[in-house]
Design a protein around this ligand. Sequence first.
Ligand code: TEU
Ligand code: CA
Length: 563
Amino acid sequence: MKKSSLHSIVYQIWPRSFQDSNGDGIGDLPGIISRLDYLASLNIDLIWLSPIYQSPDCDYGYDISDYYTIHEDFGTMADFDLLLEQAKKRNLNIMMDLVANHTSDRHPWFIEAINDKNSVYRDYYVFREGKNGHEPNNWIGIFGGSAWTKVPNEENIYYLTLFTPQQPDLNWENSKVRNEIYQIMKFWLDKGIAGFRMDVINLISKAEGYPDKDPHKKGYQFANELIINRATSHDFLKEMYHEVLSKYDALFLGEGMMMSRTAAAQYCGAANEELDLMFHSDIAILDCGPLGKYDFRKLYRWSVPEFKKVFFAWQVDSAKNNYFIGNYFSNHDFGRSVSRYGDDKKYRIESAKALIMINMAARGTPFIYQGEEIGMTNLKLEMSEWKDFEAINDYVMLQKMMHLPAFIAKWVVQKVTRDQARTPMQWDTTHHAGFTKGTPWLKVNPNFTSINVENDDRDPNSILNFTRRLAAIHKEYDVFTFGDIQPTLLKHSQIVSFIRQDDTVRLLVIVNLDRHVAVFKADENWLDAKLIAATQLHPGPLSHKMVFAPYEGRIYCLKGHND
Ligand code: TEU
Ligand code: CA
């Protein structure tokens, strides 16, 4: 299978922070509609909307209380239909976020389930008896604390909540639940959306009997293989493929925690009837300790050789085993890419471009997160400004469970909080960066006076115009999505370089991912190559001894590949 929509560029909108239209300080659908010309100017193909369904916003939309209605903060179904129509007029398609591992605890299914233990909805979720005065097992929640929440009016009964206590996990073993999900998917696909990004889809199957993880260990344990990439999750997705996915010409992208290459090959292998492509998070947690985001033992540092190891492992494996991945350096769950993998001070423009070049030239489908195209940076937020449950809860947990002093817990949270990627989009130099005429729900980064769309639009050498050029080049060459990949200059400690090849073309990508000048020897066969893209407006010539400026990147078309 070689789906044509895999050869797309996807732009992620986190609607709450994109564009407010009515002055309530919250981004909305009419706001997105008003920016469609801008989105089309980026040469992207698909817009992925983070959840826009009805939600009490305990996890900003990832806790859904009605899958069939639009959150009133974002607008109405009529607004959504108009968005779809107006987008299509500009050759843009809309992808939705499907959050189906859990619902909100305000969802009518859950309200019935918790109020009436004989309700059919009880088995839509995972209700279990506690053990010896404790939760049913020792699993830790992904945002800290126990993974179980107690039913207030029943003795010793708990329900599973892997994320916030307001996000009860659905019981996918129940075929009624699976059918509800298929109905939801069909409802939106029939409206004409172009696919789904499926939230934590590798978590939908849990170990039978909900056993303790490492029972001999004290305290809550990360359940790992008891909840992640389980064999049954493939059975569920195969069923979904037959019931829904196979009937639509749309893109189905999985998102998951601790995705392994073996699992990804199964979830979206060309011969497997499951999904089309998969996200992995190994780059996203490159600077974290082995336990993930809040494991600060690496002090959030990383090196180019480490980056290359992880990047090429996925690139080469996906080519070898013929599956597809979504490539991204930024999204709503992590800090801004230029602040994490680039240099958001001295080389902000150069390093933002270098990252965009790697992302667009990699094998798979590139994802750009709102603001990345203008190099938006992290903003250090004071505790009183924090909004995200994860930040607020983990600040407490780090002190309580890991016995960290408050100032270190605060440092960790400020390093990794999702809020810093969620500050409003910076459009222009007017009040609140043109995001809202009211008071923004989350602080606008004060650097909006220099970092904004309007400035970048005017400057031919800007990150924005570079992104547009690279996106246009990406459209020209199928090889970026589907072609083979061979790393080169593998031992170089600053340069990330690879060759992309198919039957028609051979492209050489060279990026200096370091803040110092990089020197390397060009291969004899490269010398007559033709430059097709560069981060600099006037790059130097190709010669035996190459010198690349900090974060400089170039793409060449190599000749004679058919010899
Ligand atoms: O995130 C899934 C996921 O893998 C998280 O563990 C992610 O790594 C975490 O946010 C890190 O801080 C998805 C959504 O993208 C996220 O926004 C939701 O909060 C989460 O699922 C629950 O729906
Ligand atoms: Ca609004």
